[in-house]
Structure formats: structure tokens, C-alpha cells
Design a protein around this ligand. Structure first.
Ligand code: 1HN
Length: 375
């Protein structure tokens, strides 16, 4: 559970109704409760915080801790029986909705060479960030997509999708990110198994990349009006080249360093209606200033190592470690290495926050932009 320092950090943001219990009030509350009703002032502190007061706590999940258990799952269950063979990450403040942070779910999926996980579709949007292994692929709406380390891949809501690892490949692990808790909170989730278990490949392998994956070039005459990006894979080699190219001419953001959003090439907007994703780079020795945003974030260290201060708590992380930043929580990053760059992949719910007009951000105003670290 959250430690005392962090609880205080949360408590300080919550307003307080100030009605003391009397015997008459207790009677009153009991009468209301029997009618499935309640007095607002008894819950006002909980449901009307002055500012977002997320039940999610900052978390760091170390890959070195998780990986042996992810591999253990290979021996324990098959994709046929399990549907998807995944170890998911659970925020202690979000147990009841199985979220990693806010209304975002994340997990580590593992498949062996020659395995397939059957096709399904759902209202939830999904994304993948590839961690290790050779030969993985996913099939999204008739297109097979090759998955390589640090590739970012979309499985938009409503699309049929299945995964596998080709014969001759190795055990593959990737991070899944889904808006499942949000879909369930909205009571909007539908789920369907493909009648054939595997879909027909109606397009050539990696067709979406060949058509839509060229910066500054839009395929003439190709219509696209769906609410998600037609580009389904954002290849690491190109992303990394872009980061380095940007870094050559700019210091980027004081909060995020060299920072790109993955976007829908048709609209320039987020890749899916509910979730967006980013890749950022901190140069050797770089330290960012703290800010906070309305929105929940899941990060994966894609390259290098570094540290973060999130809500006053300090975390040191290495490659493949995953951490989260709850909404409206100050966070800052540092790359302590003097020779290696640090790259952070992240996904978030900002498309929802922005669509509802709820986005805000604020810089940490004191101490040159750096939070005091809580004991
Ligand atoms: C899902 O469809 C996948 O397709 C992975 O690989 C994880 C977690 C919850 C709901 C659907 C996948 C999921 C999921």
C-alpha cells in the first residue's frame, strides 16, 4: 500500500466537509441508507476533491522481477486455454478495476515460436510495445504486421486481431496497453470471438506501413475516415532516427526533453480515439523540470536507464522497466548517464481528456522546477 508520505500528499488536496456525527444525524443516515440514498456531505470529500485526487499511486514495475514469471507462464498455460497469455500490472489503488493507473490497463504478453492466439475484437482499443524476441507478428483487420523490438503497434477498437510467433522464432514478450477499465467504467464494452478463430489475410504483410508510413507523403486517392490511424506500426529505427535528428537542432521541452507524439498521419491527431502514445529522449546528463497534467500515463524505458521523481517519490529504472504517473501528479525525469541516451515510451488517455475539454497542465513552480523527494 501507499506509504504515509504519499497518503499525506494526497490528503492535502482533498477538501473537507465538516459535519460531526450526532445521534440524530446517525439516525438520519441510517434512514436514508434503507432507502438507497445518502447525504451528500458525508461523501463530498471523496467525490468533490479540490483537484484530481487519483486513487492510483505512482508505481515502478521492474522487468528483472517480472520477466521470470512471464516466462514461467509459458510452461503453465497455453494461448488456446488462456485466450491471451499475459501477466498484467496492477496498481494497488486500482485493484477493483484491474488498472495499472487511472483507467488504463497494461500487461506483458508472451508467446513461443509456432504459437497462435486466436482472433477476436472488442470495444476496447489496444496498443503494443515490443520488448524482446524474434518472429512475432500480429494480424489487424486482414493485415499481418511484423513486430520488432521497440516498435509501437496499434490494435484499434473494433478491429479483428490475433497474434503469433513464426516457426523458427524465439519466445517474444511485448507490453499491451488497453483502455479496458475505461470501457468497463462506461459500461460500453463488447467482446466477440472470430467465427473462424483466424482471419483471412486480405492485404500483403505490412501493407499499412508501405502505404501510410512515409513522413510528409500522403497516398493520393486513398480515403481514410475511420477514427484511428491507418498506420498500424511505428517502427523503432525511424522513431530513433527522428529523435536524434530533432535533438541535433533543439533542446526540446524542459519537461520532456526531445519528445514526439505518435500521430494519425491523416489527421495529425492521436492514433486512437481514447489512447495516445509518445516517445521521448533525454540526452546524457539531461534532467527535466517537473510538471503535472490531467491524464494518466504508463511509461516503459525503451533504451538506457534513468530516474524519475513522481509525486515526490524517487524511482531509478533500467531498460524495460515500466512505471506510471497518476493524473495531476508532478513528475520529472533524469538521465544520469554521461554517455548513453535515455528513451521513454509512454501511452496515456489524453485523447479522452482533451476531447472532453479537461486538459490542464502546470509547471512545478518552486526550487528551480524540482520536487523535494519525500522520505
Ligand atoms: C486483448 O485483446 C489482448 O488481443 C491482450 O492481445 C490483453 C486484456 C484485456 C482485454 C483484452 C490481445 C487484453 C485484451
Amino acid at each position: 500500500m501507499a506509504e504515509a508520505g504519499y497518503d499525506q500528499y494526497r490528503e492535502d488536496r482533498i477538501g473537507r466537509a465538516n459535519v460531526a456525527d450526532t445521534p440524530a444525524l446517525v439516525d438520519f443516515y441510517e434512514d436514508l441508507d434503507r432507502l438507497s440514498a445518502g447525504a451528500l456531505w458525508t461523501v463530498a470529500n471523496k467525490i468533490e476533491p479540490w483537484q484530481p485526487a487519483p486513487p492510483s499511486v505512482p508505481m515502478l514495475w521492474r522487468y528483472a522481477d517480472l520477466r521470470p514469471h512471464v516466462l514461467r507462464a509459458l510452461e503453465l498455460v497455453t494461448p488456446e486455454k488462456a485466450g491471451r497469455r499475459v501477466v498484467y500490472l496492477l496498481n494497488p489503488g486500482r485493484r477493483e478495476i484491474d488498472a495499472a493507473v487511472g483507467f488504463l490497463y497494461t500487461g506483458l504478453q508472451v508467446m513461443n515460436a509456432g504459437e497462435v492466439a486466436s482472433s477476436h475484437r472488442h470495444s476496447a482499443s489496444a496498443l503494443r510495445f515490443i520488448m524482446e524476441g524474434e518472429g512475432a507478428y500480429t494480424v489487424v483487420d486482414g493485415t499481418e504486421i511484423t513486430l520488432g523490438a521497440n516498435d509501437f503497434v496499434l490494435t484499434p477498437n473494433g478491429t479483428w486481431h490475433e497474434h503469433g510467433v513464426r516457426e523458427g522464432g524465439t519466445a517474444c514478450i511485448w507490453q499491451d496497453g488497453l483502455d479496458i477499465p475505461l470501457m468497463n467504467a462506461l459500461d460500453a464494452n463488447f467482446y466477440e470471438v472470430h467465427p473462424e478463430l483466424a482471419q483471412a489475410r486480405t492485404e500483403p504483410v505490412d501493407a499499412s506501413t508501405s502505404i501510410w508510413g512515409h513522413p510528409g507523403l500522403r497516398p493520393a486517392g486513398q480515403e481514410w475516415s475511420r477514427r484511428y490511424s491507418p498506420l498500424l506500426r511505428y517502427e523503432w529505427a525511424r522513431t530513433y532516427e527522428a529523435l536524434n535528428d530533432y535533438a541535433r537542432v533543439s533542446d526540446g521541452s524542459r519537461f520532456d526533453g526531445i519528445h514526439f507524439d505518435f500521430v494519425n498521419p491523416v489527421t495529425g491527431g492521436a492514433v486512437m480515439p481514447t489512447m495516445g502514445a509518445s516517445m521521448q529522449m533525454l540526452r546524457p546528463g539531461e534532467r527535466t523540470q517537473a510538471h503535472r497534467q490531467v491524464g494518466s500515463f504508463v511509461f516503459q524505458c525503451a533504451r538506457g536507464s534513468g530516474s524519475a521523481v513522481i509525486g515526490g517519490r524517487h524511482y531509478a529504472f533500467g531498460e524495460r522497466d515500466i512505471f506510471c504517473v497518476p493524473s495531476w501528479t508532478f513528475h520529472e525525469f533524469a538521465n544520469g548517464s554521461q554517455s548513453e541516451d535515455l528513451c521513454l515510451f509512454s501511452f496515456h488517455d489524453l485523447p479522452v481528456i482533451r476531447a472532453l475539454g479537461l486538459y490542464r497542465e502546470e509547471a512545478y513552480g518552486e526550487n528551480d522546477g524540482h520536487q523535494p523527494v519525500l522520505s
